[in-house]
Write a protein that binds this ligand. Structure first.
Ligand code: C2E
Ligand code: CA
Ligand code: CA
Ligand code: CA
Length: 279
């Protein structure tokens, strides 16, 4: 009816309005989040699958804002990306992560790995590699222990800066990891063209491996392919012992997920490392 049509129209406009307002508010708050010290870097451990020992950690941002409360990375990272704020935010994450890694390499394991997510806008900056080198020198961190996680979105633009940045990063000895492997359209052709060291199988494939034989086949194939290409393979989103056992049987190299630990603030992460030393 006519009435219903009008209501639907009103519903959509007000919904769109709400979304716009929310986005603008997030953007406005995000502009000063660094200055107000609201961004915190959490760390989620990843383990060597065979020994279950923690061998590294992934830096993951958390944002707690007075007006908006806790805003998830899935909401604010795309906005940081669109506005260019990700460049300074990303550098902040690298500083915090390298400082922490330096400490853990001295106190826990000299080969302790640190994984950092790098978004397309960040990676496309022609100053990115220089910034990275400065941070490596500043924290005197072992280059072989650094993993930069990129998604296929980084490679999609076909920008020449991306190629030269990837080559320089590989030349310094920093590892490059393909994040969210299997979710994009061109992952396979990118694996052929770029110097990846690690494949990170997306958690959406790990979710159902114990119940979906197709997913189990896909994950097995991804691991075999990764190994065939001399890559290390990480499975993310491991939540159960059964999933872990299957991945162990499939000879997956590393694992990450709530089964081992959620992302933790730095002090809690260090407590967790300490319990490993004592065991
Ligand atoms: P991602 O890089 O794929 O990170 C993995 C996400 O899975 C994280 O969500 C992590 O908390 C979550 N996760 C880990 N284990 C499990 C599990 O066992 N089960 C489930 N259901 N989830 C698990 P988070 O921290 O909310 O981050 C979401 C995304 O935001 C990240 O996905 C990454 O793309 C982006 N992100 C987070 N921090 C940064 C950052 O510092 N820079 C950039 N560029 N992106 C970031
Ligand atoms: Ca990641
Ligand atoms: Ca390499
Ligand atoms: Ca993922």
């Amino acid at each position: 009816s006519k009435d219903r049509g009008r209501n639907t129209y009103n519903f959509y406009t007000s919904q769109m309005n709400n979304d716009m307002n929310r986005r603008l508010r997030v953007e406005e708050q995000l502009r000063s989040a660094l200055k107000r010290n609201e961004l915190e870097v959490y760390f989620q451990p990843f383990v060597d699958i065979k020994s279950r020992k923690i061998v590294g950690g992934e830096a993951l941002l958390r944002w707690n804002n007075t007006l908006l409360g806790q805003v998830t990375p899935d909401e604010f990272i795309p906005i940081a990306e669109q506005t260019g704020l990700i460049v300074s935010i990303g550098q902040y994450v690298i500083e915090i992560a390298f400082a922490a890694a330096k400490k853990w390499q001295q106190t826990y394991d000299p080969h302790f790995k640190i994984a950092v997510n790098v978004s397309p806008k960040q990676f496309r900056e022609n100053t990115f590699v220089d910034m990275l080198k400065i941070q490596i020198d500043k924290y005197k961190i072992n280059v072989n222990s650094i993993e930069l996680e990129i998604t296929e979105g980084v490679l999609l633009s076909g920008d020449s800066v991306i190629d030269s940045n990837l080559t320089s990063i590989n030349d310094i000895g920093v590892s490059i990891s393909m994040d969210d492997f299997g979710t994009g359209y061109s992952s396979l052709s990118y694996l052929r063209s770029y110097p990846f060291d690690t494949l990170k199988v997306d958690k959406s494939f790990i979710n159902d491996i114990t119940v979906d034989p197709g997913d189990l086949q896909l994950v097995g194939a991804a691991i075999a392919m990764g190994h065939g290409l001399n890559l290390k393979v990480v499975a993310e989103g491991i939540e159960t012992e059964e999933q872990y056992q299957l991945l162990n049987a499939l000879k997956c190299d590393y694992g990450q997920g709530y089964l081992f630990s959620k992302p933790l603030p730095q002090p809690a992460f260090e407590k967790l490392l300490q319990t490993q030393v004592e065991n």
